[in-house]
Ligand binder design. Sequence first.
Ligand code: NDP
Length: 399
Amino acid sequence: MGKALIIGAGGVASVAAHKCVQNSEVFEEICIASRTKSKCDALKAKLDGGKTKVTTAQVDANHVDELVALIEKVKPDVVMNLALPYQDLTIMEACLQTKTNYLDTANYEPKDTAKFEYKWQWAYRERFEEAGITALLGSGFDPGVTGVFSAYALKHHFDEINYIDILDCNAGDHGYPFATNFNPEINIREVSANGSYWENGKWVETKPMEIKRVYDFPEIGERDMYLLHHEELESLAVNIPGIKRIRFFMTFGESYLTHLKCLENVGMTSIEPIEFEGKQIVPLQFLKAVLPDPASLGPRTKGKTNIGCIFHGKKDGKDKTYYLYNVCDHEACYKEVGSQAVSYTTGVPAMIGAMMLIQGKWDRKGVYNVEEFDPDPFMEALNKWGLPWKESFNPELVD
Ligand code: NDP
């Protein structure tokens, strides 16, 4: 039926590629292209043998001309950007030039400022509309499924949603004192930044990890969680009418936080270049080089993740609360696709988003976040493709 060009060959791309190959009725062909071609070839070797034709290519996604040449050669129905947020704009630009649909899982972040925002990508809306193509932004889990959950809750359970708390719990244990579950540079930039939440039409900023709560997660138990800024807060604040407050909490264990604090205190998480033995180096990039590769955590990680949204609003004039969540098991993910649950919960929705575009189930032209489309076919696909969701009508609320 369709063809996808996957850019990136890391943890998330690997899961998405496995899922595309499982779904060969929709994905007749995929091309995996990344900076390091040997990683694409290693991934292809694991995927071959199914009905989906798999090819590989080398591309530096920082260069629009290289991307345009590749897209013109492959002629995909959709480009799945599963590289890093720094490449979002160059890949969108190449999609525009070749009139090809675009999808990503993380919003654009300039390399020299740890501040991710949608404004750069939303600025492409009219040009994508005029070109008759779709850019689907944030089709991972959070952002991604959390936006689809919000659209689903609004469509089926509420007249008005006033409060959303997004809770991201990773109770996995990889046995290392300190490691990150996805790209360390992106992960540490995210958690060492100031926190913020949206309330009554404006942002309220907090110090990093200033707000802590304890939550009793279904199928996991009590965990400490901390308020972070997270990118879907920005789009949901715009796209969910009647919203008064949206917050995002992520769980962190004590060992992770103690190590992070220490690394911060000695300057290892800084993105300001320093001179070392006559060479400019960025401390955070050096730190990334000495930390375990997230891909290597797969075989060692045990335990579960639980990511979901608690909604509080009105239905038929009455107060209503509703909790939608997914529980994913690290070891089961590894057994199925050779990756742990953090990559799995991002790669599966990336495949589903691409499927929505290829099948034409989501076909608004322009630049859109996931919650701006009909959630029903995506919710159905989550159940079918490995991320079944659960609901609760009387959840514990976060104060
Ligand atoms: P990895 O670091 O494992 O993989 C990134 C891949 O991108 C690597 O293959 C890397 O190539 C490639 N890459 C980097 N720069 C370029 C470039 N200039 N040109 C071509 N390829 C490039 O990251 P993850 O798989 O963990 O994460 C992928 C994305 O998913 C990130 O944007 C991350 O923020 C996002 N994410 C989203 C989540 C969500 O729920 N929405 C959750 C987790 C992650 P090389 O091997 O050569 O370095």
